[in-house]
Design a protein around this ligand. Structure first.
Ligand code: FAD
Ligand code: NAP
Length: 537
């Protein structure tokens, strides 16, 4: 067992969030250490190595903006960067800013306890090390805990099984195999076309069809590259003024219900041809009015019917049970066209539920499907999963699990009442997954490091969200969500994908600029809604 170390800050997680957090705190002259369960940096882009994994926001926007030099020297090769390129980028960031000396890999943080006498956190990891720190910063990710396949008999399957969120570094060769893919979310939609191009046969088990739009990926358009190079600072600033933190998705100004059917169709078609999230920005009322929303949904359903040759398969693939956008829109390369291949078949679990995984494949209520390998593309225990796996105890020994038993409660998604000096990067109650996460992460990291600097300059030992401010914020987050179509999807945004998880709409849908301005105002008013106390040392 190693000796006890004392730091200014412990950071958990070495993805986009943890790396930048470390850089900022070190710039402020603080001692900090990052603990990461994986063997390297990258977070999402370290774990999700499945074929076809790539970003769904254009590369120049899904990257750090804090260093103009980094921005200028890094050249993305594709419109939507692949997982290997994103991993290379994050490794470059770790080297360029000399972060590695404070990164500790293959170390899982297991517990964090707040000591009221000293206002410090004691953090324990699975190597038996104990470290104390004034601040504990959870950069543990919104989508970093893969859901376990809870199918009866899963352990009896004779062949290999893979979860998209824990894909092996050496890759998987599906040549000559019959592959079962369970799930049709973004991970499945990206990987299925590539698996189908290699495997002998792919059977896709679909519980709920998803809306997907084309990425039109390819080498970056030299005109876009040159334009960004010339206007980088301005474009980055413009992205931060959009609701979703994405500049390339220009928001239309007219409500869909005020346009004629012909005007709507023309605008949807124009945006479909642009690809990616452009479609959802077509009209102002798509995320607030279900009738308006259905005009966009029907447009996509028609596209599916146009691409998929077999009408019965097309109908199964056409989503009808939730508004478009209420679950994250998928961005694909050839997903629907893949169902025209002879070696691909679709099983609709609404007609025949999975009863068990057997030694030789997947058994539904209708028949047995033989498989040599199973891909579980079944998603994540999102937003709260990683924090729930750490034994976090705040003031008076209260556990975070108890505090969040009815769903997560935070002030601004940044801090939790009763858990002083514990920060969450992109926590529930912040725009997080409803924003370009590169933008959301930078704003959080900068707010947290500014806050820590403020406390240090004033010899303050602790900051804690007040219960009243937290209650008010939680009510606001819910109130805003209820004005939109978001709660109508059975999504991981609501925790609906994990049996038994409380149903609470977790991200903040008020828009990135509104949220950022609120955070800035709180800080400018001496951290309004927080209790600050003097140094207990
Ligand atoms: P992560 O990248 O998830 O990193 C968290 C790290 O913390 C992980 O490496 C994990 O191992 C570590 N960790 C967690 N708990 C512990 C512990 N107890 N001890 C030690 N280490 C721990 N967002 C977008 O905006 N656009 C996209 O196109 C996009 N695509 C995505 C594609 C996939 C397949 C997935 C899963 C997510 C995607 N996201 C996307 C969301 C993505 O998670 C964020 O964009 C971003 O990468 C999150 O960075 P992070 O550092 O906050 O968290
Ligand atoms: P997901 O969106 O939660 O999709 C999981 C899929 O598995 C769903 O189709 C779900 O069906 C199905 N499923 C789960 N449990 C099941 C069960 N017991 N039986 C049958 N089907 C089951 O997960 P994901 O695809 O990994 O994506 C998660 C998020 O990560 C995305 O929403 C996105 O934010 C991010 N991501 C982004 C990209 C990208 O394009 N850049 C790629 C991958 C992931 P139901 O819908 O019925 O629950």
């Amino acid at each position: 067992m190693a000796g006890e170390m004392s730091l200014d800050a412990v950071i958990v997680g070495a993805g986009f969030s943890g790396l930048y957090m470390l850089h900022r705190l070190r710039q402020q002259g603080l001692s900090a250490r990052v603990y990461e369960a994986g063997t390297g940096v990258g977070g999402t882009w370290y774990w999700n190595r499945y074929p076809g994994a790539r970003v769904d926001i254009e590369s120049q926007e899904y990257s750090y903006s804090f260093s103009p030099e980094l921005d200028e020297e890094w050249v993305w090769s594709e419109r939507y960067a692949t997982q290997p390129e994103l991993l290379k980028y994050l490794n470059h960031v770790a080297d360029r800013f000399d972060l590695r000396r404070d990164l500790q890999f293959e170390t899982r943080v297991t517990a964090a306890r707040f000591d009221e006498a000293t206002s410090r956190w004691t953090v324990t990891n699975d190597r038996g090390e104990v470290v104390t720190a004034r601040y504990c910063i959870m950069a543990t990710g919104c989508l970093s805990v893969a859901n376990e396949p809870a199918f009866p008999g899963a352990e009896t399957f004779k062949g290999p099984t893979w979860h998209t969120g824990r894909w092996p570094k050496e890759g998987v060769d599906f040549t000559g195999q019959r592959v079962a893919v369970i799930g049709t979310g973004s991970s499945a939609i990206q990987s299925i076309p590539q698996i189908a191009a290699q495997a002998d046969h792919v059977t896709i088990f679909q519980r709920t069809p998803n809306f997907s739009v084309p990425a039109y990926n390819g080498p970056r358009d030299p005109a876009v590259v040159a334009d960004w190079a010339a206007n980088r600072a301005q474009y980055r600033a413009e992205a931060r003024e959009t609701g979703f933190g994405i500049r390339m998705v220009a928001q239309g100004e007219q409500p869909a219900l005020e346009a004629t059917p012909e005007q709507r169709r023309a605008e949807y078609e124009r945006r479909w041809q642009i690809g990616g999230f452009a479609l959802l920005g077509a009209f102002t009322d798509l995320i607030t009015d279900t009738t308006a929303n259905d005009t966009a949904a029907e447009f996509v359903r028609e596209k599916i019917r146009g691409i998929v040759k077999d009408p019965a398969t097309a109908e199964k693939l056409a989503p009808k049970s939730f508004p478009i956008g209420s679950k994250r829109l998928c961005v694909d390369t050839d997903y629907y066209a893949t169902f025209n291949r002879d070696n691909v078949s679709l099983v609709d679990l609404r007609d025949e539920a999975i009863e068990a995984i057997t030694a030789t494949g997947v058994k539904t209520s209708a028949q047995d499907y033989a498989a040599d390998a199973i891909v579980y593309a079944i998603g994540f225990d999102a937003m709260t999963g990683a924090l729930g796996k750490i034994d976090i105890q705040g003031r008076g020994g209260q556990t975070l699990t108890d505090h969040w038993a009815a769903g997560p409660r935070t002030y601004l998604g940044l801090m939790i009442a009763g858990f002083p000096n514990l920060f969450i990067v992109t926590g529930p109650g912040s725009p997080s997954v409803l924003c370009n996460m590169a933008v959301a992460i930078e704003q959080h990291v900068e707010w947290i490091s500014d806050c820590i600097q403020y406390l240090g300059q004033r010899q303050l030992g602790a900051i804690e969200a007040t219960a009243a401010a937290q209650d008010e914020w939680v009510a606001h987050v819910n109130e805003v969500a209820d004005t939109t179509i978001y709660p109508l999807g059975n999504s991981w945004y609501l925790g609906a994908n994990v049996p038994g998880k409380p149903r609470v709409f977790m991200p903040y849908i008020g828009g990135f600029p509104v949220y950022r301005d609120k955070c800035n105002a709180v800080a400018a008013n001496g951290y309004e809604g927080f209790a600050l106390s003097s140094d207990a040392r």
